[in-house]
Design a protein around this ligand. Structure first.
Ligand code: NAD
Ligand code: MG
Length: 403
């Protein structure tokens, strides 16, 4: 039996983090040949959920952005860069085989980049890291040899469609025979509404996702199709593919997770129930496929395998994302930070009825930041943070001008 893989889970109390722990427990309980030692856990706060996870896993390294008591751990880190410190400390103390990047938003950039710099493989859910800092993350991974193993279901699907054909060195360069990749989108909670109804949707409406159960930020991103925009940019960095070879189709049942179209006209799709445990497990056990714990598709009951083009007028996010891929530089950092700031305002308690920040304003504010904030070349992390701060300030100005 090989020794257990030493794993660190960043964002362990969230939707992806908790499902990652479920998958790890499943793999250990089923003689899958894959065992893990959870060395470290990072979360936003020292919540009861985190304390329970520490007890359940015996993690010796614990990081939280906010202060709070966590009894009985040997190495405790607190503050904005706590997750990054944890990665360094756990690596120095016996090494880390895999970091799961499941912090939400740009808060995950520093720790992901730290892992990549140390040459540690990263199973990545935190798409915002690649959107804002993809150029750096990919360059650093190339230098250190760290692999980026996608957890996001669409990217996992593409990775599975070309299994065994990607280059060993990161990023996962695709074979020349790949002509296009098409990401599927559920369409989110507001699918089928008129452009005006979408614009005026409330947080409650935007958070009612029909297929996936996820954290609030990514659920709102799904409703605006900003999530698909972020994923186009994520695919661009992960697979080294240009905007002209990337497409999106709305697919309401979320059973086809993406398509790859080849030069000979063949199209390969990856399917499965909408259950993140499947792509999480694939990233943890790649290239093996041990018995899984995700919900199974009942192929005999599949109906409504529908696909259609997204409504570009009601959902401007897709067009903005293509612009980011074409412009490069700090445009991804601007796009991502503006969206985070706008979604934060949309989800703020004082906007519970949607009256202050209507849903459509999120895309307007992101478009405004992309129009007005100057794009520069990416040289290091500080220029990514600086561009992000300018974008956030621009969004805040836009919001206060309305108040
Ligand atoms: P979530 O809101 O449920 O969880 C976020 C986690 O990050 C929590 O553990 C939280 O405590 C932690 N966190 C927040 N700020 C932090 C900080 N400053 N330092 C350390 N930890 C911090 O989010 P989620 O739905 O699990 O999504 C996580 C990431 O995965 C996002 O980037 C999302 O886009 C991506 N993703 C999620 C899904 C899904 O099904 N949930 C699918 C694909 C991709
Ligand atoms: Mg996804």
């Amino acid at each position: 039996m090989p020794s257990p893989k030493r794993i660190v889970i960043l964002g362990s109390t969230g939707s992806i983090g908790t499902q990652t722990l479920d998958v790890i427990e499943h793999l250990s309980a089923t003689n899958s040949g894959h065992r893990f030692e959870v060395v470290g856990l990072a979360a936003g706060s020292a919540s009861d959920a985190l304390l329970a996870q520490v007890g359940r896993t015996g993690a010796r390294f614990v990081a939280t952005a906010k202060p709070g008591e966590v009894d009985g751990v040997e190495h405790r880190f607190v503050g904005d860069d706590a997750a990054e410190q944890l990665v360094h400390a756990a690596h120095a103390d016996g090494g880390v085989d895999l970091v799961v990047g499941a912090i939400v938003g740009s808060a995950g950039i520093g720790a992901t980049l730290a892992a990549v710099d140390l040459g540690i493989d990263v199973a990545l859910a935190n798409k915002e890291t690649l959107v804002a800092a993809g150029e750096l993350v990919v360059a650093h991974a190339n230098r250190s040899g760290a692999r980026l193993l996608p957890i996001d279901s669409e990217h996992s699907a593409i990775w599975q469609c070309v299994q065994g054909q990607t280059s060993q060195r990161p990023p996962m360069r695709l074979p020349d025979s790949v002509e296009r990749m098409i990401l599927t989108a559920s369409g989110g909670a507001l699918r089928g509404l008129s452009a005006e109804e979408v614009y005026n949707a409330t947080p409650k409406q935007a958070l009612a996702h029909p297929n996936w159960s996820m954290g609030p930020k990514v659920t709102v991103d799904c409703a605006s199709l900003m999530n698909k925009g972020l994923e186009l940019i994520e695919a661009h960095w992960l697979f080294g593919i240009g905007a002209d070879r990337l497409g999106v189709l709305v697919h309401p049942s979320s059973t086809v997770h993406s398509f790859v179209e080849f030069a000979d006209g063949s199209v390969i799709a990856q399917m499965g129930a909408p259950d993140m445990k499947a792509p999480i497990q694939y990233a943890l056990t790649y290239p093996d496929r041990p018995a899984g714990c995700a919900t199974r598709l009942d192929l005999g009951k599949l109906t409504n395998l529908e696909f259609y083009e997204p409504d570009a007028k009601a959902f401007p996010a897709i067009g903005l994302a293509y612009e980011v891929i074409r412009r490069g530089g700090t445009s991804g950092a601007i796009f991502n930070a503006a969206n985070e700031e706008a979604v934060g305002a949309f989800l703020a308690p004082e906007n519970a009825d949607g009256g202050v920040v209507p849903f459509g304003l999120i895309s307007d504010l992101v478009a405004g930041a992309m129009r007005d904030v100057e794009v520069s070349a990416v040289t290091d992390l500080s220029c990514i943070h600086a561009a992000g701060e300018l974008a956030r300030a621009h969004v805040r100005e836009g919001l206060s001008a309305r108040a």
